[in-house]
Design a protein around this ligand. Sequence first.
Ligand code: URA
Length: 216
Amino acid sequence: MKEADTQSPGRVEVIDHPIIRTRLSQLRDRDTDTPHFRQALHDIALLMTPAITRDLETEAVDIQTPLCRTTGHRLRRPLVLVPILRAGVGLMHGFSSILTEASIGHIGLYRDEETLQPRRYYAKFPAHLPDADTLLIDPMLATGHSSAEAAAQLKAAGATRIRFVCLIAAPQGIATFHARHPDIPIYTAHIDDGLDERAYIVPGLGDAGDRYFGTV
Ligand code: URA
């Protein structure tokens, strides 16, 4: 795992690992079917988790083992996962399977065809969002507009400790996101070359939601 040398005003961590690399190649391969796509995305989320969460604060808690009392640990603050609908749900499942203490919020955005700006159509966050460490999750950081808007909506709802987690980031997406939110670190498994004329990430993996949900 290394801090990426982008010109971005915020922090970008590329989480590199041999198994992440192999699973990412499976995701990119257009011949990978939906069950294997889901499994590979799940595996990557598990492998990214230690790097994303390693500095979460814990506090001491008194516990009774079968033998004696001792001191254990629990997270100091609540943890909230917020996938951006729809593709974020696919990446979120791996995180929620290991971060079992987390509550899950949702945010849905669509692109207004007149203004081309992202508009919210759904949002539901837990009441303890302002006290929580929050992972905002979307697999593809492409133009960065919807992710940046989702982060703004989270802040408006009171979130203060936000980390943005994606699978693949385009340099344009990183720049757009950090122009609005230099305070939010970005964690990604890879930074790709750029975007095509339809704003798909290249080389990318195609439409992450369609491939995860089998709606290709
Ligand atoms: N969303 C996707 O699912 N894929 C891309 O390449 C860009 C945005």
